[in-house]
Design a protein around this ligand. Structure first.
Ligand code: HEM
Length: 399
């Protein structure tokens, strides 16, 4: 009997890495959710989960749904893995506890609080400049510029080399999916910068007081081995950059197409402080991540085979009507607690306070000056195997 015939999960022919899926994932999400708690995606021979309850349960059960075989479609335990795994995102306890503890200290609440004045000054400066221009591209001129500056400074990477983060991150998030056209293209585009990115993460290249230097300090103190430090710096840079670019671009789009919601931000600073979580529930920057079954398991009445990849549709869970009222509506007054745009469980995003701070300060700077955002050209998506993001978002601000 073939492996596929043995499973009870309903078979779905949808290709979640196709152009049509990426263009408009929401009707596909509905089909996936309606098909059952677990589905078999025959195109790739993987399981999928798109309902909130199961995605949330899988994220919180690392023994059954492990990360150590990689957060992408490839099983990184196998000899032919083309890339090294992240030593925080793609490992299980006990190694995960060790590396995460280092990042948890570096990215702690008090550490993030210290960033606030510099992040705020930069948000004010950038927004003032954009408002004086009136019309700008919310991706090229805002969503990419701001994290590159503030995150780059916080980590301590040299100013002149930061641009290499753009093609590198795009490639990395493509690499979680199959080896399709966009993945191959991003490999070509990032080829020239990989060496540069690795060089940026060396101790000598980093400023003495940033997150990067603090990770090396943790190695000096014996909290991680010295060889892990550059890899952990890379993990922070690669996980923390393109995700935020996507989130900020999606935010400006959200305000442009929901002007009533932007009015709420203008009227009530408390709404501005929490708006980002509803925006990323509604339009999740990280659409999916994989887990792997280390052994056969019965889950929600479905038999899952051992050593299979499981695609968790975070974005579909975030709009599951079984969990959320009127989920397709952006509602900045909604209680978003429990959304999985930052994940959940032991791998929950460790940089979420940085991302929230960036968004909060940009929204506050715009709220002081801008009555409305208007689209002045067709937004263009940047297709990526993991992220939902824009390539271009031309907007005008009404003051
Ligand atoms: C809007 C912005 C962001 C989104 C949507 C996002 C999303 C996520 C998600 C969904 C995960 C869970 C992965 C999993 O369960 O396999 C995650 C993990 C992670 N994120 Fe973020 N992230 C964002 C910003 C950041 C920032 C700014 C940083 C760094 C400063 C960061 C660093 C990390 C790291 C290191 C992990 C791995 C944690 C672990 O495996 O224990 N992220 N992120």
């Amino acid at each position: 009997m073939s492996a596929i015939a043995e499973i009870d999960a309903p078979t779905i022919a949808i290709n979640p890495f196709s152009e049509s899926f990426s263009d408009d994932p929401y009707p596909f999400h509905e089909q996936l959710r309606d098909a059952g708690p677990v589905v078999w995606l025959s195109k790739y021979g993987i399981y999928g989960m798109a309902r909130y309850a199961e995605v949330q349960a899988a994220l919180n059960d690392w023994q059954t749904f492990m990360s150590g075989a990689g957060a992408g479609i490839q099983d990184l335990r196998k000899g032919n893995a083309w890339r090294p795994r992240s030593i925080v995102l793609e490992v299980d306890p006990p190694l995960h506890d060790e590396t995460r503890a280092v990042l948890a200290r570096v990215l702690s609440g008090p550490a993030i609080k210290k960033l606030r004045p510099a992040f705020e000054a930069e948000a004010e400066r950038l927004v003032e400049d954009l408002v004086s221009r009136g019309t700008f591209d919310a991706v090229d001129d805002l969503a990419m510029v701001y994290p590159l500056k503030v995150m780059g400074d916080a980590v301590g990477v040299p100013l002149q080399d930061r641009e290499c983060l753009l093609p590198f991150s795009n490639m990395l998030f493509n690499s979680f999916g199959p080896e399709n056209d966009i993945f191959r293209q991003s490999i070509t585009e990032s080829g020239a910068v990989v060496k540069q990115l690795f060089a940026q993460c060396e101790r000598a290249a980093l400023s003495p007081d940033g997150f990067g230097a603090q990770i090396y300090q943790a190695a000096d103190e014996g909290r991680i081995s010295a060889d892990k430090a550059p890899s952990l710096v890379r993990s922070v840079l690669s996980a923390g950059f393109d995700t935020t670019v996507a989130g900020l671009g999606n935010a400006i789009y959200a305000f442009a197409v929901n002007p009533d919601q932007w009015q709420l931000v203008r009227e009530d600073p408390a709404v501005g402080r929490t708006a980002f979580d509803e925006i990323i529930r509604w339009e999740s920057p990280v659409q999916t991540f994989f887990r792997t079954t280390p052994r056969a398991v019965a889950f929600e009445g479905v038999h899952l085979e051992a050593d299979r990849k499981v695609l968790l549709f975070l974005a579909a869970a975030n709009r599951d009507p079984r969990h959320w009222d009127n989920p397709d509506r952006l509602d900045l007054r909604r209680k978003t607690i429990g959304h999985v745009a930052f994940g959940s469980g032991i791998h929950v995003c460790i940089g979420m306070m940085v991302a929230r701070l960036e968004a909060e300060l940009l929204f506050a700077a715009f709220a002081k000056r801008v009555k409305a955002f208007e689209l002045v050209g067709a937004p263009r998506r940047r297709r990526n195997n993991t992220l939902r993001t824009f390539a271009s978002l031309p907007v005008r601000v009404v003051c």
